[in-house]
Each structure stands twice: as C-alpha cells, then as structure tokens.
Ligand binder design. Structure first.
Ligand code: ZN
Length: 166
C-alpha cells in the first residue's frame, strides 16, 4: 500500500485519535513487544466505532476506538497479540524460538491466534483473553459476513486453551 493509499485508508477508518485511548494502547503494546526483536512496531488508534485491529508488514499496527472502548486491557492485548502473530508468522518480527514453533495449521487467522496466545503467555497475560476478545467481536458483529469464521476460531480456542484456573 502506497503512503497515499495508507493515508486514505486511515481517513476512511475515522482517522487517528490521540489522548487517553492512544496512551493506553501504547502502554499495552510496549509490554507485549518487550520480548520481541526485529522491525519496530508502532500502534495507533483509529477513530472507527467498529471492533477491529489491523497490521501492516512495515510494523504499523492499528486498533479501533470501538475495540479500545469495549475491551479490557487483556482483551486489547489479545487483539494486538493476534496482529503480532501475523507479523511473526510472516517473518517481520522475531521472538523467542517458542513463537516460531512449527505450526501445522494452514489457516492464517488460526495461526495468528496461536502465535498471539504464545505472545500473551510470554508477557503474563492469560491466553484465554484471545477467546474473550473474539467473543466480544462476535457479539458486536454477528450476524455478518465473517461471523462463521469467528465462531470457528472461538470454538477451536475453547478446546485448545487450558481451562481457567479456579
Ligand atoms: Zn488476523
């Protein structure tokens, strides 16, 4: 995506917002990337009310105001960790060997969920936050075009993640 196209895309998604949610996003991100090396990652908050997050190969990561307002810190971390999972899977970021463990899952979203869960675990965030974050998005967006995919991902995490400790 060219710089012009990126700028248009940002505008179409509500522009960049600053202030409290931006500071909170940076704070959560700085903890998540503490153990990672490679291209620097930069997070910004888009003004859209949708619950969403995006990453670009240059390490630009975006979370939406809708997500920041609806999610707790662990859930925001999960959305960021999923995006970091894409960057790690694509080789733009490196981390401890555990993050690069060969994953047989050919589905890019499921793989980003799995790598993201390991990023969360590494930084002391319960990986089940990934599932809670997806449930939050599903609550807000279903029924919709991606609805089925979301439910498949939630169901998969439900069986693969350790049960919460009591
Ligand atoms: Zn993804």
């Amino acid at each position: 995506m060219s710089p012009d196209a990126r700028a248009r895309w940002v505008t179409d998604n509500g522009g960049i917002i600053t202030g409290q949610q931006d500071a909170r996003a940076r704070e959560i991100m700085s903890r998540l990337v503490a153990g990672l090396t490679g291209a620097p990652v930069h997070v910004q908050v888009l003004g859209t009310r949708e619950l969403t997050a995006y990453s670009f190969p240059d390490g630009a990561l975006f979370v939406s105001r809708g997500l920041m307002e609806a999610a707790d810190n662990d859930e925001v971390a999960a959305a960021m960790a999923h995006e970091l999972g894409h960057l790690i899977s694509d080789g733009h970021l490196q981390g401890p060997a555990a993050l690069h463990r060969k994953n047989e899952n050919p589905d890019v979203e499921a793989r980003a969920d799995d790598v993201g869960c390991r990023v969360l675990q590494m930084e002391g965030v319960p990986p089940r936050a990934m599932m809670r974050m997806l449930e939050l998005v599903a609550d807000r967006t279903c029924p919709g075009p991606c609805c089925n995919d979301l439910h498949v991902r939630i169901a998969r995490l439900k069986t693969s993640l350790p049960a919460p400790s009591l």
